[in-house]
Structure formats: structure tokens, C-alpha cells
Design a protein around this ligand. Structure first.
Ligand SMILES: [Zn+2]
Length: 189
């Protein structure tokens, strides 16, 4: 098909799909809220239970990625710097809290190892392309966070999805900028 005809058809289809996008944009949030509403009661009951026993839900104290310091959830022993060395500390402590000897989840060394292997593999592929190297490492780590929080809580923080999409978009822009696509648009090709 010649370029003019293809462009006209694509623009027409784009118009029709754009109209459908308006339905998606308007209805998806409402569908999500309806769903949340439907699932709210059992969730709130569970939250109530957690709030009563877990100090992490004490709203009078700050809780973010920075504070409070990591601590054993059983005996509240604060994790020291030496106990916080990836994988090694877990091995040295034989997977037990140094305070109360309760088991520390294999999740911690597992996530550290998977992330290390992912970054290593990406470095093998992109060792001479710094931009793609950094981008793909961040993408891999974001993906690990998304999968782990999904497995843990059956839900994913919007920030992680936003970050994943942004990084994917940056990747796409880069790939397109490297391909003949842009040259064609610019009329160079
Ligand atoms: Zn402990």
C-alpha cells in the first residue's frame, strides 16, 4: 500500500480508537473504585486486626522508606550495619535474628541474589551502552518489586507501575530514536 493511503487509514482508525479511549479513560477508574468498594469490607476487617497488633500501623509514628530503622518484627532488635550486608549477613546469622533467634525469611537473600544476577546479566548485554545499562537495571529492579509486592499482598503500589511505565517509555523512545523510524519522519530516509 502506498504511504498516503496507509496514513489516511491509520489516522481514521486512530480517530475511532481515540473515541474508545475516552470510554476507557472515564470508566476504568470508576470500575476500579466499584471493585474496591466491593472488596472493602473484608479488607477493612483484616486491616483492623493488623492495626491492633502491628506497631507499623501506629499512625502517630512516621513510616516510610527511611524510618523507622529495620528491626526484627518479633523482638524489635534493630538491624545493625554489619547485620545488613546483602546475602552474607543472612548466611553468617544462619537465617536467624541475632536478638531472639527467630527465623529471617529467605526472601531477603533471595531478592538480593535475583537482583544481582539480573544486573549482572544486563551488564553483559549492555556493558558499552551506559544509557541502556542503567535503564534496564532500573527496569529489572522495578519488576522485582512489582512481582514481590504482588505475591505478598496481591496488590501493586501505583508508584511502581508508574515507574515501570516511565522507564519502558524511555526505553521505547531510545529504541525508536536509534531506528529508521525517526529518519523517515524527519524525511531523511
Ligand atoms: Zn528478633
Amino acid at each position: 500500500m502506498e504511504m498516503t493511503l496507509t496514513t489516511i487509514i491509520a489516522t481514521g482508525l486512530g480517530l475511532a480508537v481515540g473515541s474508545f479511549l475516552n470510554v476507557v479513560i472515564y470508566r476504568l477508574p470508576i470500575m476500579a473504585k466499584r471493585n474496591a468498594l466491593k472488596n472493602a469490607l473484608p479488607h477493612i476487617k483484616e486491616l483492623h486486626k493488623e492495626v491492633n497488633v502491628d506497631p507499623n500501623f501506629d499512625l502517630s509514628k512516621p513510616f516510610n522508606l527511611n524510618v523507622p530503622r529495620s528491626a526484627c518484627p518479633i523482638c524489635n532488635h534493630q538491624i545493625t550495619t554489619i547485620e545488613n550486608v546483602p546475602v552474607l549477613s543472612w548466611l553468617v546469622l544462619t537465617g536467624k535474628c541475632s536478638g531472639c533467634k527467630s527465623p529471617i525469611s529467605t526472601r531477603y537473600p533471595f531478592v538480593e541474589l535475583v537482583n544481582a544476577m539480573a544486573w549482572g546479566a544486563i551488564a553483559i548485554i549492555y556493558y558499552n551502552q551506559t544509557y541502556l545499562l542503567i535503564l534496564n537495571c532500573l527496569l529489572a529492579s522495578t519488576f522485582i518489586c512489582i512481582m514481590a509486592t504482588k505475591i505478598d499482598r496481591q496488590e501493586v503500589h501505583n508508584f511502581l507501575i508508574f515507574q515501570f511505565l516511565t522507564l519502558s517509555a524511555l526505553q521505547l523512545v531510545y529504541i525508536l530514536s536509534q531506528s529508521a523510524f525517526v529518519e523517515k519522519i524527519m524525511g531523511i530516509g
